[in-house]
Design a binder for this molecule. Sequence first.
Ligand SMILES: Cc1cc2nc3c(=O)[nH]c(=O)nc-3n(C[C@H](O)[C@H](O)[C@H](O)COP(=O)(O)O)c2cc1C
Length: 359
Amino acid sequence: MTFGPSTGHRSAVSMNGPGQWIPAPGVTMKTSATADLAPSETAALVQAVSRAPSVHNSQPWQLRVRGADVDLVERADVVLPWHDPEGRDRLLSCGAALANLQLAAQALSREITTSFPADADMVATVHTRPGDPPTLANLARYHAIGRRRSYRREFAPEPVRAADLAEILDAADDPAVHAVTPPHGEALAEMLGFATRVFRADTAYQRELDAWTAHTFGPRALGAVDGVPEAALGDAPLPAAGLVRRTTPVPDDVRLAERLAAETLVVLCTGDDTRRAHLAAGVALQRMWLEATVHGLAGSVLTQPLHLTGFREDLADRLGLPGLPQAIFRCGNPVSVAPPSPRLPLGDLLCHDVPGGLE
Ligand SMILES: Cc1cc2nc3c(=O)[nH]c(=O)nc-3n(C[C@H](O)[C@H](O)[C@H](O)COP(=O)(O)O)c2cc1C
């Protein structure tokens, strides 16, 4: 069975406001002195995972709590045959969820180790036990989970400060992932412009994108639990547009190069194209995005162009990248607040019941 965007109305924890759910560990949250995760701790972990970014807001993950261990399971039935034919973005999304899960467990003053079982749909197991409080950096990133949103608009003209950018790049924190700021310019503009024109004219692609956006518009939006809302998508031209629709204006290459030069772009690259590499790129992406949020910056991610056949290899070649690009992260100073995106009810994220429920 495959899974498409939800079309029914559900009583949902959908439009969460900025940061309204994130508890303050050690201040208001009761932590367990025993090794097993208490229901309140499980709820904090599920909430953190729920707010992770995901391709088309498809939320392709579930959690299984076993004592003090938490399995993150990939929902391989969540498919996007046109945007993500290989499921690469689905694993990147699971990586983002894993980053949130790890940060939330640390925020609960748990020591964590992460293992990567070989089972088909298993992404990772986070093993936890009572430990020290989180580092200040990780606590700040945890608190940024509820404030992070995709910001697909033009940024304010003030550039990202070099010191902030250095900390954002450091946050990737994985030798297997290279986070690089590419030379802006004609090559990137030319390639993004080309990809945009291809996607804009691709009827099957556009049909799939419609399916993941249409149910979030108008009166039906209140019941939406997944997909990308119109307000979050907007109709700005590249690079701010993010996802290219039939109506997305495509600036010419010169104009696009100017626009790209005004933004801070980070390309996340890996040495190979394995599941572990995709997962690691997703973890690094989310850690960087949260670090940017900590610094009061906003951002969004582009993977759409990277799915054109041969695009990544060409991009790596033309920009001299240190590996295969997995995602492009753009960040800057926001000029407005990005609208929230809906989420699945928290109970749907668990493979099992929790005594007393989650909400
Ligand atoms: C792996 C991955 C790929 C994504 N690709 C794109 C993209 O190409 N364009 C875009 O505008 N947003 C992209 N996004 C952002 C998602 O659409 C966004 O995270 C989702 O709609 C939830 O909204 P939020 O980030 O505001 O919570 C991507 C996110 C992830 C994790």
